[in-house]
Every structure is written in C-alpha cells, then in structure tokens.
Design a protein around this ligand. Structure first.
Ligand SMILES: [Zn+2]
Length: 337
C-alpha cells in the first residue's frame, strides 16, 4: 500500500533541482512562465515534487525566498489538499489510467474564475496515463489557455503522450541526482548512510523509490525477491522461492524489478556471451515484460497472479540454471538454427 506522505507547510524542490527551480522562479518573476509545462525524466527522481512545489508557489499569496510561505491561508489549503484553485490529477483507485471524467472536471475548472482571484493550477501525473479521449479533452484546454491558469504535466514516458499535447507544452527536463546527491538526501530520510546505500541499490538508483521503500518497509520484500531471482539465474533454486518472495507485491513494481534484474544480467555480459541463445532469450523476455508494462499503463487489468506465474515460468525456463552465456553454444548469425 502506498503511504501518502504528509504535505509539508513549505514545498521545496529537491536539492538537485536547484538550477531548474531558480530558472522557474526567474520565469515567474519576468511573467514568462509558460501556461503549460511538461516535466519529463526518469521515474522516481522528483519530477512530481518539483511540480507540486511550483503549484504551491503559484498559489501562495506571500511567497518568501522563492518558495511558498507555508503559513498563508492559501498554503494551509494547498497543504490539506483543499485549495479550490488547485487540482492534482492522478489515476484514481486501482485504475492506472486518468479518465475523461477527470479531465472534463479540469476543463470546467479552468473555465471558472480563481476563487482567490490569483491563479489556478492543475498538475497531471503521470500524464501519459491519460487515455485517448482524456488527452483529446485536455487538448482543448491547451489550445485555448485560460488566463492565470497553469497546467503542469509530469511524464516519464512522454512519447506515450499525443504529439499534439507535447507540442503545446514547454518541455522541462529537471536535473537528475548524482549517486552522492541521492545518498545525502536519503540520509536525511532514513537516518543512516548504510541504510541509504542499501535502499538506493535496491531501488535501482532511484532516490524517491528508495524513500518510498523506507516508508513502506517494503525494502525487505524487494531484497528477498532479488536474492531469490539471483538464485534462479544461478541455477541454485527454482521459482517457488521467488514466487513466495513476490507474493502480494505490487505488480507494476515487480515487473520493474524483473526488468532491472534481467537488464543487469545482460549488461554484465561481454561480446560472445551476448550472442548466446540464452542472452537472446533475455532480450526477448525484456521486450515481453515491457510490452506488459505498456499495456498496464494503458489500462489493461490482467490477473496479477496468473501473469506472474507465467512470466516466472519463462524466467526459469529461459534464464534459469547457470550464468547467462555459460555452456551455451554461440549462435553465429543464426546460421545454425
Ligand atoms: Zn503562502
């Protein structure tokens, strides 16, 4: 279960976003801030944080030091999620898609005058999770921007958005953290460098996922699953232990973990081993898992247990039992098939 962190009084950008933040502040001061922004970049590096910090700055009636003040009435309302001039659109409930009804409400919202007479802000994250009709409805808002209204789209897969939407937004790629920056930030979240390093590695170098793991105590499960996966790859065990370790885990995250693990294995191969039948099976499996991820993002709703059982059986059959590339005849140009 996702634990929603309490929104602090002041929403600051993350330390590695300082340059992006001062640029945004400058644009705001010069009244050059675009009405539609598209924030793109790797997942779990803080794009939505940046979007929320900007949204709250735009709504605050007494900004201080380039940040929202945290104490005015507008800030109190935006902290509690009750600000009438602010909408945060995310997939609702178990659904992975942002539906047209949600966008229709935004269209209506942008047509109204701001309650505080200042600005209205809409954040949509992840924007690529809008279905086609939702995206088409949003296009209207982008084509005829309402005065004093800001749309901030967040996306780690911007090519999943229609080009018509992308072209109407100013693109911003917030800076991503170095490993050192991630660790310094994580230290303050979890209080220990050792724990920061462990979680950051588990999270595949994605600091906000590491923080989430810390908050959810899900780190242990991920670690167990990773160890079980490595044992399958090494031929030390079957998928039963892996399946048990993954029981009850979020499907999207499990798929992400499988992708990370298979990519890690493939990266560790050198030239000849990369041409082995087993390595090719690894690439095929990657394609397959990524196709499933795309389908999930597009709203497909498979039985997670059945899907996972089928995938794990393939992992064992194609990649289990020895290191990739071991004892495998090198296939040269497919001539021996
Ligand atoms: Zn304020």
């Amino acid at each position: 279960m996702t634990v929603q962190p309490a929104i602090p009084g002041v929403s600051a950008p993350l330390p590695w976003q300082a340059t992006d933040w001062s640029r945004l502040n400058q644009q705001l001061a010069e009244e050059q801030l675009p009405h539609a922004l598209l924030l793109t970049g790797p997942q779990y590096t803080g794009k939505t944080r940046l979007a929320l910090a900007l949204a709250r700055l735009l709504l605050c009636s007494a900004p201080a030091g380039g940040l929202n003040c945290g104490t005015c009435h507008a800030c109190e309302l935006s902290a509690s999620g009750n600000h009438g001039d602010f909408r945060l659109l995310e997939p609702e409930g178990k659904s992975r898609i942002i539906k047209i009804d949600q966008i229709r409400q935004v269209v209506e919202f942008t047509g109204k005058t701001a309650s505080f007479g200042l600005r209205k802000v809409v954040v949509i994250a992840p924007a690529e999770n809008m279905n086609i009709s939702a995206a088409n409805a949003l296009l209207k808002v982008l084509e005829e921007p309402a005065p004093n209204t800001y749309l901030i789209l967040v996306s780690h897969r911007p090519h999943g958005l229609p080009a018509t939407i992308r072209s109407r937004c100013q693109l911003l790629r917030p800076s991503v953290p170095s490993a050192g920056q991630s660790l310094d930030w994580l230290d303050r979240v979890c209080g220990s460098r050792l724990e920061s390093e462990r979680l950051l590695e588990l999270a595949g170098e994605r600091p906000l996922l590491a923080a989430q793991l810390h908050a959810e105590s899900a780190g242990e499960q991920l670690l167990l699953a990773r160890v079980a996966l490595e044992r399958v790859f090494a031929g030390e065990s079957g998928v039963a232990a892996l399946s048990a370790a993954l029981a009850g885990a979020d499907l999207g995250r499990t798929l992400g973990q499988l992708v990370d693990a298979i990519q890690g294995l493939l990266r560790s191969l050198d030239g000849p081993a990369l041409a082995s039948a087993r390595a090719r099976a690894g690439f095929q499996l990657l394609d397959e898992i990524m196709a499933i991820q795309r389908a999930l993002n597009a709203g497909s709703n498979p039985n997670p247990q059945l899907l996972l059982d089928a995938l794990l059986a393939k992992v064992q059959r194609k990649l289990g039992g020895g290191r990739l590339g071991d004892n495998i005849a090198v296939v040269t140009g497919g001539a021996h098939r």
